[in-house]
Design a protein around this ligand. Structure first.
Ligand SMILES: [Zn+2]
Ligand SMILES: [Zn+2]
Length: 336
Protein backbone atom coordinates (compact mmCIF):
# COMPACT_ATOMS: atom_id res chain seq x y z
CA UNK A 1 0.00 0.00 0.00
CA UNK A 2 0.99 3.58 -0.56
CA UNK A 3 1.42 4.89 2.98
CA UNK A 4 3.33 8.13 2.35
CA UNK A 5 1.34 11.33 2.65
CA UNK A 6 0.38 13.19 -0.50
CA UNK A 7 1.40 16.83 -0.78
CA UNK A 8 -1.03 19.04 -2.66
CA UNK A 9 -1.99 22.70 -2.86
CA UNK A 10 -5.45 23.48 -1.58
CA UNK A 11 -7.84 26.42 -1.28
CA UNK A 12 -9.19 26.27 2.28
CA UNK A 13 -12.21 28.44 1.44
CA UNK A 14 -13.87 30.24 -1.47
CA UNK A 15 -11.43 32.33 -3.51
CA UNK A 16 -8.50 31.79 -1.14
CA UNK A 17 -4.90 31.43 -2.34
CA UNK A 18 -3.72 27.83 -2.35
CA UNK A 19 -1.70 26.54 0.61
CA UNK A 20 0.42 23.40 0.96
CA UNK A 21 -1.91 20.61 2.13
CA UNK A 22 -0.86 17.13 3.25
CA UNK A 23 -3.37 14.31 3.12
CA UNK A 24 -3.51 10.53 3.37
CA UNK A 25 -3.55 8.83 -0.05
CA UNK A 26 -7.22 8.25 -0.97
CA UNK A 27 -8.28 4.58 -1.13
CA UNK A 28 -7.72 2.96 -4.50
CA UNK A 29 -10.96 1.61 -6.04
CA UNK A 30 -10.83 -1.64 -8.00
CA UNK A 31 -10.81 0.20 -11.36
CA UNK A 32 -8.51 3.02 -10.17
CA UNK A 33 -4.91 3.83 -10.83
CA UNK A 34 -2.78 6.12 -8.72
CA UNK A 35 -0.66 8.43 -10.85
CA UNK A 36 2.47 10.29 -9.68
CA UNK A 37 2.01 13.77 -11.11
CA UNK A 38 4.94 15.24 -13.03
CA UNK A 39 3.05 18.05 -14.81
CA UNK A 40 -0.31 19.74 -14.38
CA UNK A 41 -1.72 22.52 -16.54
CA UNK A 42 -3.60 25.52 -15.16
CA UNK A 43 -7.05 26.05 -16.66
CA UNK A 44 -9.65 28.81 -16.19
CA UNK A 45 -11.92 26.11 -14.80
CA UNK A 46 -9.55 25.71 -11.84
CA UNK A 47 -10.13 29.38 -11.02
CA UNK A 48 -13.89 29.01 -11.44
CA UNK A 49 -13.81 26.09 -9.01
CA UNK A 50 -11.60 27.86 -6.44
CA UNK A 51 -14.17 30.69 -6.58
CA UNK A 52 -17.01 28.10 -6.31
CA UNK A 53 -18.60 29.52 -9.48
CA UNK A 54 -20.37 26.17 -9.95
CA UNK A 55 -21.56 25.97 -6.32
CA UNK A 56 -20.44 22.35 -5.90
CA UNK A 57 -16.90 22.61 -4.54
CA UNK A 58 -15.93 21.18 -1.15
CA UNK A 59 -12.99 22.71 0.71
CA UNK A 60 -10.12 22.09 1.22
CA UNK A 61 -10.11 21.96 -2.57
CA UNK A 62 -7.09 20.81 -4.60
CA UNK A 63 -7.60 21.96 -8.22
CA UNK A 64 -5.76 20.65 -11.29
CA UNK A 65 -7.11 18.56 -14.18
CA UNK A 66 -4.56 18.71 -17.01
CA UNK A 67 -2.42 15.97 -15.62
CA UNK A 68 0.59 14.05 -16.89
CA UNK A 69 2.43 11.50 -14.77
CA UNK A 70 3.30 7.86 -14.27
CA UNK A 71 1.11 5.03 -12.98
CA UNK A 72 2.35 4.11 -9.50
CA UNK A 73 -0.38 1.72 -8.29
CA UNK A 74 -3.29 -0.16 -9.90
CA UNK A 75 -6.54 -1.61 -8.56
CA UNK A 76 -7.34 -5.32 -9.16
CA UNK A 77 -9.72 -4.66 -12.09
CA UNK A 78 -7.31 -2.42 -14.03
CA UNK A 79 -6.29 -3.64 -17.47
CA UNK A 80 -4.15 -2.14 -20.20
CA UNK A 81 -2.03 0.00 -17.87
CA UNK A 82 0.88 -0.98 -15.67
CA UNK A 83 3.15 0.63 -13.14
CA UNK A 84 5.51 3.13 -14.74
CA UNK A 85 3.32 3.87 -17.80
CA UNK A 86 3.28 7.54 -18.79
CA UNK A 87 -0.31 8.75 -18.93
CA UNK A 88 -2.52 11.81 -19.19
CA UNK A 89 -5.75 12.58 -17.33
CA UNK A 90 -8.23 15.36 -18.07
CA UNK A 91 -11.14 16.90 -16.17
CA UNK A 92 -13.21 13.70 -16.30
CA UNK A 93 -11.65 11.14 -13.98
CA UNK A 94 -14.54 8.68 -13.88
CA UNK A 95 -18.26 8.49 -14.65
CA UNK A 96 -21.29 6.59 -13.35
CA UNK A 97 -21.20 4.15 -16.29
CA UNK A 98 -24.95 3.49 -16.13
CA UNK A 99 -26.82 6.67 -17.13
CA UNK A 100 -28.13 7.12 -20.68
CA UNK A 101 -25.15 9.33 -21.63
CA UNK A 102 -22.50 6.97 -20.29
CA UNK A 103 -24.20 4.11 -22.13
CA UNK A 104 -23.97 6.14 -25.36
CA UNK A 105 -20.25 6.74 -24.82
CA UNK A 106 -20.82 10.45 -24.08
CA UNK A 107 -19.44 10.32 -20.57
CA UNK A 108 -18.79 14.07 -20.47
CA UNK A 109 -22.59 14.42 -20.18
CA UNK A 110 -22.85 11.87 -17.32
CA UNK A 111 -25.86 12.62 -15.11
CA UNK A 112 -23.58 12.23 -12.09
CA UNK A 113 -20.99 14.72 -13.31
CA UNK A 114 -20.04 16.42 -10.03
CA UNK A 115 -18.20 13.46 -8.43
CA UNK A 116 -16.72 12.55 -11.84
CA UNK A 117 -14.18 15.38 -11.82
CA UNK A 118 -10.57 14.29 -11.44
CA UNK A 119 -10.27 16.79 -8.58
CA UNK A 120 -12.64 14.64 -6.46
CA UNK A 121 -11.39 13.94 -3.86
CA UNK A 122 -8.21 15.88 -4.75
CA UNK A 123 -6.86 17.15 -8.05
CA UNK A 124 -3.58 17.39 -9.91
CA UNK A 125 -1.88 20.31 -8.12
CA UNK A 126 -0.40 17.56 -6.05
CA UNK A 127 2.21 14.82 -5.97
CA UNK A 128 -0.33 12.14 -6.92
CA UNK A 129 -3.90 11.71 -8.06
CA UNK A 130 -6.46 8.90 -8.42
CA UNK A 131 -8.61 8.20 -11.47
CA UNK A 132 -10.58 5.34 -13.00
CA UNK A 133 -8.18 3.68 -15.45
CA UNK A 134 -10.84 3.94 -18.19
CA UNK A 135 -10.30 7.73 -18.09
CA UNK A 136 -6.49 7.52 -18.04
CA UNK A 137 -4.82 7.78 -21.45
CA UNK A 138 -1.45 6.41 -22.52
CA UNK A 139 0.47 9.19 -24.28
CA UNK A 140 2.37 9.09 -27.59
CA UNK A 141 5.95 8.46 -26.47
CA UNK A 142 7.42 11.43 -28.37
CA UNK A 143 4.89 13.94 -27.02
CA UNK A 144 6.48 16.35 -24.50
CA UNK A 145 4.70 16.22 -21.12
CA UNK A 146 3.85 19.93 -21.00
CA UNK A 147 2.18 19.65 -24.43
CA UNK A 148 0.24 16.53 -23.42
CA UNK A 149 -0.92 18.19 -20.19
CA UNK A 150 -2.59 21.08 -22.03
CA UNK A 151 -4.18 18.75 -24.58
CA UNK A 152 -5.94 16.80 -21.79
CA UNK A 153 -8.43 19.63 -21.25
CA UNK A 154 -7.89 22.57 -23.62
CA UNK A 155 -7.03 20.22 -26.50
CA UNK A 156 -10.09 18.01 -26.29
CA UNK A 157 -12.32 21.03 -25.58
CA UNK A 158 -11.54 22.56 -28.97
CA UNK A 159 -11.09 19.32 -30.94
CA UNK A 160 -14.40 17.74 -29.91
CA UNK A 161 -16.73 20.40 -31.43
CA UNK A 162 -14.63 20.53 -34.61
CA UNK A 163 -15.14 16.78 -35.02
CA UNK A 164 -18.78 16.81 -33.91
CA UNK A 165 -19.65 19.47 -36.47
CA UNK A 166 -17.81 17.67 -39.23
CA UNK A 167 -15.05 20.19 -39.78
CA UNK A 168 -13.24 19.56 -43.00
CA UNK A 169 -11.64 21.19 -46.01
CA UNK A 170 -14.85 22.87 -47.15
CA UNK A 171 -15.63 24.42 -43.79
CA UNK A 172 -15.09 28.07 -42.94
CA UNK A 173 -14.43 28.47 -39.24
CA UNK A 174 -14.14 31.65 -37.18
CA UNK A 175 -12.28 31.38 -33.88
CA UNK A 176 -13.25 34.13 -31.46
CA UNK A 177 -10.52 34.87 -28.95
CA UNK A 178 -6.85 34.05 -29.38
CA UNK A 179 -5.93 32.80 -25.91
CA UNK A 180 -5.41 29.47 -24.19
CA UNK A 181 -8.28 27.75 -26.03
CA UNK A 182 -8.30 29.92 -29.17
CA UNK A 183 -4.66 29.38 -30.11
CA UNK A 184 -5.28 25.62 -30.01
CA UNK A 185 -8.61 25.87 -31.86
CA UNK A 186 -6.80 27.68 -34.70
CA UNK A 187 -4.17 24.93 -34.89
CA UNK A 188 -6.66 22.04 -34.86
CA UNK A 189 -9.04 23.70 -37.35
CA UNK A 190 -6.12 24.47 -39.68
CA UNK A 191 -4.80 20.89 -39.41
CA UNK A 192 -8.31 19.59 -40.22
CA UNK A 193 -8.17 21.60 -43.44
CA UNK A 194 -10.67 24.32 -42.51
CA UNK A 195 -10.34 27.90 -43.69
CA UNK A 196 -9.69 29.65 -40.39
CA UNK A 197 -10.30 33.26 -39.42
CA UNK A 198 -9.06 34.44 -36.03
CA UNK A 199 -11.19 37.17 -34.44
CA UNK A 200 -9.77 39.03 -31.47
CA UNK A 201 -10.08 42.37 -29.72
CA UNK A 202 -6.26 42.52 -29.42
CA UNK A 203 -4.70 43.50 -32.77
CA UNK A 204 -1.32 42.57 -31.32
CA UNK A 205 -2.38 38.90 -31.48
CA UNK A 206 -2.48 39.04 -35.30
CA UNK A 207 1.05 37.83 -35.89
CA UNK A 208 0.66 34.92 -33.45
CA UNK A 209 -2.74 33.93 -34.88
CA UNK A 210 -1.33 33.73 -38.41
CA UNK A 211 1.65 31.72 -37.11
CA UNK A 212 -0.77 29.26 -35.43
CA UNK A 213 -2.34 28.65 -38.84
CA UNK A 214 -5.11 31.23 -39.24
CA UNK A 215 -5.70 32.26 -42.86
CA UNK A 216 -6.66 35.77 -41.76
CA UNK A 217 -7.12 37.91 -38.70
CA UNK A 218 -9.91 40.34 -37.91
CA UNK A 219 -9.95 42.89 -35.09
CA UNK A 220 -13.35 42.42 -33.46
CA UNK A 221 -13.53 46.15 -32.69
CA UNK A 222 -13.27 46.92 -36.41
CA UNK A 223 -16.96 46.75 -37.30
CA UNK A 224 -16.28 47.66 -40.92
CA UNK A 225 -13.96 44.66 -41.25
CA UNK A 226 -16.56 42.41 -39.59
CA UNK A 227 -19.21 43.74 -41.99
CA UNK A 228 -17.06 42.69 -44.92
CA UNK A 229 -17.32 39.08 -43.81
CA UNK A 230 -21.12 38.91 -43.49
CA UNK A 231 -22.42 35.39 -44.13
CA UNK A 232 -18.92 33.92 -44.22
CA UNK A 233 -18.68 31.26 -41.53
CA UNK A 234 -20.20 27.81 -41.22
CA UNK A 235 -19.14 27.77 -37.62
CA UNK A 236 -17.91 30.19 -34.99
CA UNK A 237 -16.04 28.83 -31.99
CA UNK A 238 -16.28 31.32 -29.14
CA UNK A 239 -13.38 30.83 -26.75
CA UNK A 240 -13.72 34.28 -25.14
CA UNK A 241 -15.20 34.75 -21.72
CA UNK A 242 -16.33 38.31 -22.32
CA UNK A 243 -16.20 41.44 -24.44
CA UNK A 244 -17.96 39.84 -27.39
CA UNK A 245 -20.13 41.93 -29.76
CA UNK A 246 -22.75 39.26 -30.35
CA UNK A 247 -24.83 41.03 -32.97
CA UNK A 248 -21.91 41.80 -35.24
CA UNK A 249 -20.60 38.30 -34.70
CA UNK A 250 -23.88 36.59 -35.61
CA UNK A 251 -23.90 38.53 -38.88
CA UNK A 252 -20.70 36.73 -39.88
CA UNK A 253 -22.43 33.33 -39.79
CA UNK A 254 -23.83 31.75 -42.91
CA UNK A 255 -27.51 30.88 -42.85
CA UNK A 256 -27.93 27.81 -40.61
CA UNK A 257 -24.47 28.51 -39.22
CA UNK A 258 -23.49 27.44 -35.73
CA UNK A 259 -22.12 29.44 -32.84
CA UNK A 260 -20.40 27.14 -30.38
CA UNK A 261 -19.62 28.40 -26.89
CA UNK A 262 -16.60 26.86 -25.20
CA UNK A 263 -16.25 29.22 -22.25
CA UNK A 264 -18.94 30.80 -20.10
CA UNK A 265 -19.48 34.27 -21.58
CA UNK A 266 -22.58 36.33 -20.82
CA UNK A 267 -24.67 36.21 -23.98
CA UNK A 268 -27.16 38.82 -25.05
CA UNK A 269 -28.44 39.11 -28.58
CA UNK A 270 -31.27 40.14 -30.78
CA UNK A 271 -33.16 36.98 -31.73
CA UNK A 272 -34.13 38.26 -35.20
CA UNK A 273 -30.99 37.00 -36.96
CA UNK A 274 -31.15 33.77 -34.99
CA UNK A 275 -34.67 33.06 -36.29
CA UNK A 276 -34.50 34.50 -39.79
CA UNK A 277 -31.13 32.90 -40.60
CA UNK A 278 -31.96 29.66 -38.74
CA UNK A 279 -28.78 29.91 -36.69
CA UNK A 280 -27.88 27.56 -33.85
CA UNK A 281 -26.15 28.38 -30.61
CA UNK A 282 -24.77 25.46 -28.68
CA UNK A 283 -22.29 24.69 -25.95
CA UNK A 284 -19.56 22.10 -26.04
CA UNK A 285 -18.10 20.50 -22.92
CA UNK A 286 -14.80 18.55 -22.97
CA UNK A 287 -15.17 15.44 -25.15
CA UNK A 288 -15.79 11.72 -24.73
CA UNK A 289 -13.10 9.07 -24.27
CA UNK A 290 -13.00 8.04 -27.92
CA UNK A 291 -12.53 11.67 -28.97
CA UNK A 292 -9.78 12.09 -26.37
CA UNK A 293 -7.82 9.15 -27.81
CA UNK A 294 -8.38 10.35 -31.38
CA UNK A 295 -7.34 13.90 -30.42
CA UNK A 296 -4.04 12.70 -28.91
CA UNK A 297 -3.16 10.78 -32.07
CA UNK A 298 -4.23 13.64 -34.33
CA UNK A 299 -2.26 16.20 -32.29
CA UNK A 300 0.81 14.00 -32.40
CA UNK A 301 0.54 13.34 -36.16
CA UNK A 302 -0.03 17.04 -36.97
CA UNK A 303 2.45 18.41 -34.45
CA UNK A 304 -0.18 20.49 -32.68
CA UNK A 305 1.77 22.40 -30.06
CA UNK A 306 0.16 24.64 -27.47
CA UNK A 307 2.47 27.44 -26.36
CA UNK A 308 3.34 26.72 -22.77
CA UNK A 309 5.05 28.56 -19.95
CA UNK A 310 6.39 26.08 -17.40
CA UNK A 311 6.56 27.02 -13.73
CA UNK A 312 7.42 24.98 -10.64
CA UNK A 313 4.39 23.62 -8.73
CA UNK A 314 5.54 25.68 -5.73
CA UNK A 315 4.61 28.82 -7.73
CA UNK A 316 1.02 27.70 -8.15
CA UNK A 317 -0.47 30.96 -6.81
CA UNK A 318 1.65 33.07 -9.15
CA UNK A 319 0.53 30.84 -12.05
CA UNK A 320 -3.15 31.13 -11.08
CA UNK A 321 -2.82 34.90 -10.86
CA UNK A 322 -1.30 35.08 -14.34
CA UNK A 323 -4.20 33.03 -15.72
CA UNK A 324 -6.72 35.15 -13.79
CA UNK A 325 -5.26 38.30 -15.36
CA UNK A 326 -5.13 36.70 -18.84
CA UNK A 327 -1.36 37.14 -18.87
CA UNK A 328 -0.42 33.53 -19.65
CA UNK A 329 1.18 33.04 -23.07
CA UNK A 330 -0.76 30.89 -23.84
CA UNK A 331 -1.08 28.20 -21.16
CA UNK A 332 0.83 27.55 -17.95
CA UNK A 333 1.93 24.08 -16.88
CA UNK A 334 3.16 23.43 -13.34
CA UNK A 335 6.04 21.03 -12.94
CA UNK A 336 6.66 18.84 -9.88
ZN1 LIG B 1 -9.83 22.67 -18.02
ZN1 LIG C 1 -23.22 8.47 -16.28
Amino acid sequence: MCAAKVLGYAARAVGQPLEPFEYAPPDLGEHDVRVSVTHCGVCHTDLHAIDNYYGVVKYPFVPGHEIVGHVSESGPAVSGLKEGDRVGIGWLGRSCGTCEWCLKGEEQLCMDIVPSGTWVPYGGFSTSVLADHRFVYPLPSAMPPQIAAVLMCAGVTVYSPLRAHAAGPALKVGVVGVGGLGHLAIQFAHALGCEVTAISSSPKKKEDALAFGADRFIDSNDLAALREIDYAFDMLMCTSSGGVGWEALLMTLKKRGKLILLGFPDVSLNSTDLVVHELSITGSFLGNRATMREMLTFAHDHEIAPQVEQMPMTKVNEALQRVRENKARYRIVLVN
